[in-house]
Ligand binder design. Structure first.
Ligand code: UDP
Length: 328
């Protein structure tokens, strides 16, 4: 039986990866320190014999007994609200955490895939973003802690590949959504859906002309799986190229949820990228991958998930406006 270590396993993407690799017949070793993850995302797996969970912070030395065939490094805060709250941990998990996991991969002779991000392109001056674009990142801005950690992560991963001959894979993940997103992570989809469910107005930041391209989680996981199993060692964009402005997106959510509330406008957070859309030619050509789930279907499934959350949870996760803190 193949053994895989998944860090950030109790998070949104990490937990879906656990499900996928269990389904593929792997022995899954899940690791998380639960700073942003939640055990409820993986508790259904605890009864399985081929699943184990370690509560561990990967910025500290990582020890896993026995053989390891694969490592997926998905531990990291991944939303602007988190970078503001825990900037040092964000830097450490991308830098020190990645170093520890590369060391573990070398020791175990395992193939490692690291989760990079469209954020390495910063506020992009090239549109859509191809893997060849070097990016436009503000090193000292509020997002810098995430963006630069992820850029360093790519560099050290390629260094281990070139210097130690390690088998490495780098996925650049674009905005992904679906069940198990954290309702209070500040991201636009849980924010709008939470607001609709609580009967609040939908907060669009700036004039809403900025764009994003949202990928349904099942498509994202399929792309990551194919990349891990491929023999391609350079970064690959995995995301949905179907682009929309945030203003139009708010209108879509109003229709979908049937809320009688309206859109209100708030300040645009500092360094909020104005446009984002993946060029996925590489993923198509190398992995034979492209997204299958349209926004309407994906958003419906996601809203179904948020509707199952209790009223108590909805109130606890009342939307927080972090645009003011961003200005400091
Ligand atoms: N956004 C918004 N209202 C919210 C939360 C986010 O208008 O309540 C905007 C945000 O400014 C950004 C876009 O939605 O332009 C996507 O934000 P998110 O945090 O989901 O992802 P990222 O900016 O990292 O792509």
């Amino acid at each position: 039986m193949k053994r895989i270590l998944i860090t950030g396993a109790a998070g949104f993407l990490g937990s879906h990866l656990c499900d996928r690799f269990i389904k593929e017949g792997f022995h899954v070793i899940a690791m998380d320190n639960l700073i942003t993850g939640d055990l409820k995302n993986i508790e259904h797996l605890f009864k399985l014999e081929n699943f184990e969970y370690y509560h561990h912070d990967v910025t500290k030395f990582v020890h896993v007994p026995g053989k390891l065939d694969y490592i997926l490094h998905f531990a990291s805060p991944a939303s602007p609200i988190d970078y503001l709250k825990i900037p040092i941990q964000t830097l450490k998990v991308g830098a020190l955490g990645t170093h520890n996991l590369l060391g573990l991969a070398k020791e175990k002779n395992a193939r490692i895939l690291i989760a990079s991000t469209s954020e390495i392109y910063g506020d992009p001056l090239v549109h859509p973003q191809t893997e060849e674009y070097y990016g436009n990142v503000n090193t000292i801005g509020p997002r810098g802690v995430y963006d630069e950690a992820k850029r360093f992560q790519e560099s050290i991963t390629m260094a281990y590949h070139r210097f130690h001959g390690l088998e490495t894979r780098i996925v650049r993940i674009f905005n992904t959504y679906g069940p198990r997103m954290r309702l209070n992570d500040g991201r636009v989809i849980p924010a709008f859906m939470g607001q609709a469910l609580r009967g609040e107005d939908l907060t669009v930041f700036g004039d809403g002309s900025q764009t994003r391209s949202f990928c349904y989680v099942d498509d994202e996981i399929e792309g990551i799986y194919r990349l891990l199993m491929s023999d391609y060692e350079l970064p690959v964009n995995i995301g949905n190229p179907h682009e929309i402005t945030i203003r139009d997106f708010a209108e879509e959510i109003i229709k979908l949820t049937g809320t009688t509330q309206k859109v209100i406008y708030k300040d645009l957070p500092q360094d909020d990228p104005m446009q984002r859309q993946p060029d996925i030619s590489k993923a198509k050509e190398i992995l034979g991958w492209e997204p299958k789930v349209g926004r309407e279907e994906g958003m419906r499934k996601t809203f179904e998930y948020f509707k199952t959350l209790s009223q108590e949870e909805l109130e606890r996760t009342e939307h927080r406006d972090f645009t003011q803190r961003n200005k400091k």
